[in-house]
Design a protein around this ligand. Sequence first.
Ligand SMILES: *Cc1c(COP(=O)(O)O)cnc(C)c1O
Length: 394
Amino acid sequence: MNLETLDKQYVLQTYARNYTNFVKGVSSTLFDEQGREYIDFASGIGVNSVGHGHPILVEAIANQAKKIIHISNLQVIEPQVKLAEQICKLSNYDGAIFFANSGAEANEGAIKIARKYGETKFDKKRYKVITLEHSFHGRTITTVKATGQESFHTPHFSPYPDGFSYVNEIESIYGQVDDETVAVLIELVQGEGGIEPFEKEQVQALAKFLKEKNILLIVDEVQTGVFRTGKMLASNHYEIEPDIVTLAKGLGGGVPIGAVMTKHKDILTFGDHGSTFGGNYLSSSAGLAVLDVLSILHDSGVLAKTLSYFEHKVKVIAHNYNHLFEKEVGLGLMRGLRAKDSNIVSSVLENSMNEGLIILKAGRNTVRFLPSLTITTDEIDEGFRRFEKAIASI
Ligand SMILES: *Cc1c(COP(=O)(O)O)cnc(C)c1O
């Protein structure tokens, strides 16, 4: 039986899938079973941060697999400890980390920290978390409720946990705060919501206000973190030090790992939280290799060059095809083109795939680019050649 038939028979159909069968990847180029090559401007939704088949990552995983893949979190795990240290150092953040396996799980951890903080640090218990419309925080029952998009809160999965409310912009958070508010959870650049960066002054003012009120600022850096925006954290760009930061997507280079980092090291204690797999030998070693590669790329200035080259290319497209796109949006290697309508987005995605270019879509009618941070200039050039071909006929 062919793959599509088997998929439809044995895999729950929760995704609108494309059935190209990829069998190999090198850097930002993927190959299907017919040997056809594709330029990858998606990196698995911002996951393959060092591209496909990066020798340092591959070797780290293979070497670790030969030694120990997994021992429970009841033992100390050397690569996990080192990874925690590296994340804090590269983020310039005086915190401690709990490791999970995904972005949603990292956010669950963040919400648990906030809830316990609200229960233990105030006379009257605080538990409410404010999030933004167009946000995305995950697919578990709690994180889907934290996600500020009404379409996600379908009655199919109700009842949802209480305590989440949504506002449509940062300025509206102030009016929403009450004496039960414990935290504000935001992305600095909304990813699924359409590659929407917030203004630095706005975010800094919010951070200052929340600090004065002892309300926690949780920044969901699941998509923006791990050098995606050019620095280890988007929070570094915004020059804020959130109470809690979550990471996942790019951290393991494709090996599942999530992290919740906080400067409130005393809130969670023995027995408060746990994960069977979180931060095991394999995923932590992958994370360490990824951070090795990316910190060198950052310190050498190569990452900054890639970023500005890619940004320039997107800007040129936005300018030359302004009958299709309203504007160019983004920060670092999180970039998007706001299309005039959703039909344009669908055609751009379909035509691009036919031309051998993998891209993504996002909310607010956005064509989204999340290339690997190690993408080469040649791959960028070839990708945009294909992109222009794809959009020429629209
Ligand atoms: C992808 C994403 C998540 C969810 O991550 P999963 O690993 O799919 O659970 C949460 N927040 C943001 C900002 C994301 O981009």
